[in-house]
Write a new protein. Structure first.
Length: 148
C-alpha cells in the first residue's frame, strides 16, 4: 500500500490594534484568483512551522515577525481537491506584532492587501480560509475540510 502524502502549509492571521485581519487578494496564480486569502505558503524541508511563517511574512508582506510573537491558533486537515493533488495540513498562526511597513511584495501573485474587520470580511474569500477564520473566531483549535 502506498504511503499517504500530505503537503503542509502555514497561514498568517495578522491582527492589528483595531482587531482587523490582514487579507490579500490572489492574482494570476491559477488557484482561487480574485478571492481573498491571508499571507501563506508551503513549509520547506528542514523548516519549522514558525520559521516558515516568518519567511512567508517577509516574502509576501515585507514584514518581520519574531518567533516568540507567533502562536499556532488553528490546524486544519484538508482533503485534496482533485486526484492529482495531495491532502494538506494547514497551520494557522496569529500575530499582533511585527516590524516594517506592510506592502505587496509579490505583485505577480497578489493585487490587493488590506485590513478587514472580522464582522466585515469580503464576500470573495477562499472557502477553506473562510472556514478557518470562523473556526478561529470560535476558539476551535482543529477542523477538517472537504471530507463530505
Amino acid at each position: 500500500m502506498e504511503k499517504h502524502k500530505i503537503i503542509s502549509a502555514v497561514h498568517l492571521f495578522l491582527i492589528d490594534k483595531s482587531d482587523k485581519i490582514l487579507m490579500s487578494r490572489r492574482y494570476k496564480t491559477g488557484y482561487e484568483d480574485g478571492n481573498y486569502s491571508v499571507v501563506a505558503g508551503h513549509i520547506e524541508k528542514n523548516e519549522t512551522v514558525k520559521q516558515a511563517m516568518m519567511r512567508e511574512a517577509k516574502e509576501e508582506a515585507g514584514i518581520d515577525i519574531k518567533f516568540e510573537d507567533l502562536e499556532v491558533v488553528h490546524v486544519m486537515y484538508r482533503k485534496a481537491e482533485n486526484e492529482t493533488d495531495s491532502d494538506r495540513i494547514d497551520f494557522f498562526l496569529k500575530s499582533t506584532k511585527w516590524k516594517g511597513e506592510i506592502e505587496i511584495m509579490e505583485k505577480e501573485k497578489c493585487n490587493d492587501m488590506r485590513w478587514f474587520g472580522f464582522d466585515k470580511l469580503p464576500k470573495n474569500i477562499v472557502p477553506y480560509i473562510k472556514k478557518s477564520i470562523i473556526e478561529f473566531s470560535s476558539n476551535s483549535y482543529f477542523s477538517e475540510y472537504g471530507w463530505q
